[in-house]
Design a protein around this ligand. Sequence first.
Ligand SMILES: NC(=O)c1ccc[n+]([C@@H]2O[C@H](COP(=O)([O-])OP(=O)(O)OC[C@H]3O[C@@H](n4cnc5c(N)ncnc54)[C@H](O)[C@@H]3O)[C@@H](O)[C@H]2O)c1
Length: 257
Amino acid sequence: MLENKRIIVTGAARGMGEATVIAYVSAGAHVVAMDINDESGAAVVAEANKKGPGQAIYQHIDIADKDSVFAAFDQAATHLGGLDALAHPAAIQAGADPSRVNVDDWDQMFAVNVRGTMLTNQAAFHHMKASGGGSIINFGSISGQRAEPSAASYSAAKGAVHSWTRSSAAAWGGDKIRVNAILPAMATPMYLEAMALMTDAQSDASYWMNHHSISLGEKYGDPLTDLGPVMVFFASDASRFITGQLIPVDGGQTNTR
Ligand SMILES: NC(=O)c1ccc[n+]([C@@H]2O[C@H](COP(=O)([O-])OP(=O)(O)OC[C@H]3O[C@@H](n4cnc5c(N)ncnc54)[C@H](O)[C@@H]3O)[C@@H](O)[C@H]2O)c1
């Protein structure tokens, strides 16, 4: 389904980025996988290439750093011979009560999750425009749609990603570049780390807030089987008339509560 598609995937070292690299290589795409964690990123690429039929290479990126992003995207587009899609799951997560968020943590959250989205999307835009169009797939969150008292800065940053996704979709549609955001609920290292830090009381509250509302089985999804095919669809021409959307891939969590 993605034969000859030229794709960049950020956050490729684990979680949904890892699953996306595997799904794209399985669908025949040419992929440049990027992360700040080089050892795991390179291992993901080696694993994906074993099965093919597509091909991936690995490149370092720090999505919060403008020079790093533009250099990495230029190098990737040269290697690929253009750019058709960007999948952008790279992000950080942190818990913080609104009364205890400090400036350093707030700035770090916005540097990675918001500035990182702006920079990667902008860098992709220039290459996609030259390629005649493309698809940008950002990652939002249910946390950006609702009150999140125990993760206030993360919630604020994801709300900003949602707004950016709508604005860039509006601005770039004329260049045939579509911009959407996936709002996932997947069992990944980020999810498992957040669960591991919870007290029993927080874990109980999380069940009622997060798991109970997943009407398809009350469990977070599997990135490979529940998200991978959706990522392939959004990188493919089959999604050519969808832009500016926030798409929950969450077993019903967002809308069936
Ligand atoms: N897991 C969930 O259920 C869930 C729910 C809602 C939203 N999300 C969002 O989905 C996306 C993917 O989440 P995940 O669970 O796969 O996360 P994850 O923590 O498992 O993976 C994130 C990846 O991003 C990379 N990364 C972090 N900072 C970086 C930087 N500065 N430069 C380059 N790479 C960097 C990490 O090294 C890691 O490989 C994120 O945007 C997350 O906020 C996840």
